[in-house]
Design a protein around this ligand. Structure first.
Ligand SMILES: [Zn+2]
Length: 384
């Protein structure tokens, strides 16, 4: 028989909360609102307080708080409400199917498995009120998959927590550092004219070709440059190109979208400045290149020594029956903005990141149940 946590997970997966990822998508699958409504009534039905914190139209963070008896320490459980889109999926995204101990559906692994486990642990804390536990602020954030608006809003609030556990699929290991991400648009400008006399214009696509050759060299140098002992090198990648209106017009505009992964210690300003400097040096400071302001700026999570890691290891070992690894990952999480605002963060959750964002996304239900025990035990251990 399915556990209560597994039944809750199936319900969460059946409520679409797709992030439009900056595209204009409409319909009843898009944005987090329906899931937020469900979560709010789930807490209310159990007599547990929660409140909404509006982040953008139709997109609210939801916050529930458990005040432990006699506790002076507050920890934050952060879990995002959104999922990536469902384009190209080969299974029904919102009709969860359980087979061989796995639950299939969009968001099952990233990150509703963790969400069900955190909710189960939270409800148990509120019901049992164990002595010596830490208090818990459980935050359901919006827009993790695109610009981390929800976590940025939470980070800027005075939440008062001294440590955050950020839910992402880590196979029940403790992740204490990861890279950051920076995404922005680079444009080349030209002069349009009739393609029968191209010498009368300036071709923005030819100009972009020159830019891209420089950037390819830059990416190679970055990869071969200084390396973080846990996270490896910083990286740069050109991910998308658009330009031109018609084959018989010399184009006056070409754009690329670029992705730069930041190592701990690197700032956005430094990284963008290095790219600009490289282009100026190679191309003679042209006035036809323009950089737009990044639409994604996710700070890296820097490894911090501290007592909290051994306490978390003890809690997870006790709940899961295996000592978790402490490791770094290349992908970014909500921990970036929270850590940058001064709250130490550790990323922890059930499921393997290899199954996140996939066309047949699934999660191992045994890990989800173990995670529910682990989140509970973490609150106990960190209250000591
Ligand atoms: Zn996620």
């Amino acid at each position: 028989m399915a556990s209560e946590t597994a039944s809750l997970l199936a319900k969460l997966v059946s409520i679409p909360s797709v992030n439009p990822m900056g595209r204009v998508l409409e319909g009843d699958q898009v944005l987090e609102g329906r899931l937020t409504d469900f979560l709010e009534s789930w807490f209310r039905e159990r007599g547990l307080d929660c409140r909404r914190d509006p982040v953008a139209p139709g997109r609210d963070n939801l916050l529930a708080r458990y005040d432990a008896p006699g506790s002076s320490r507050l920890i934050l459980f952060d879990v995002h409400q959104d999922t990536v889109p469902v384009d190209g999926m080969t299974i029904p995204p919102f009709d969860p199917v359980v087979e061989g101990g796995r639950l299939h559906g969009r968001g099952s692994c990233d990150v509703k498995g963790s969400m069900a486990a955190m909710m189960t642990a939270f409800e148990r804390l509120a019901r049992e009120r164990p002595a010596g536990s830490a208090s818990v602020l459980l935050a359901f954030t919006v827009d993790e998959e695109f610009t981390h608006m929800g976590a940025s809003r939470l980070a800027a609030s005075r939440h008062g927590a001294s440590l955050a556990i950020v839910a992402e699929p880590t196979s029940l290991d403790l992740v204490d550092c990861h890279k950051g991400a920076l995404r922005w648009l680079i444009q080349t400008k030209g002069t349009a004219c009739h393609s029968s006399s191209p010498d009368l214009g300036a071709n923005a696509i030819y100009r972009m070709a020159a830019v891209i050759r420089v950037l390819e060299d830059y990416a190679r140098d970055l990869q071969a440059g200084s390396v973080d002992p846990v996270l490896g090198p910083a990286t740069f990648s050109v991910g998308r190109i658009t330009g031109g209106q018609s084959v018989n017009i010399v184009p006056d505009l070409c754009s690329i979208e670029v992705d730069r992964r930041l190592l701990p210690g690197e700032t956005a300003l430094d990284a963008i400045g290095a790219v600009r400097g490289r282009l100026d040096h190679a191309l003679g400071r042209p006035d036809w290149i323009e950089f737009e302001k990044p639409w994604v700026h996710l700070p890296p999570l820097e490894r911090k020594e501290g007592h909290h890691i051994s306490a978390l290891q003890a809690a997870v070992t006790q709940a899961v029956g295996r000592k978790p690894l402490v490791r770094g990952v290349p992908f970014g999480t909500d921990a970036g903005p929270l850590d940058e605002a001064g709250t130490p963060c550790v990323v922890f959750g059930p499921g393997d990141i290899a199954q996140a964002h996939t066309k047949n996304e699934w999660i191992d239900l045994e890990q989800v149940d173990l995670a529910a025990l682990a989140y509970y035990q973490i609150a106990i251990e960190l209250g000591r």
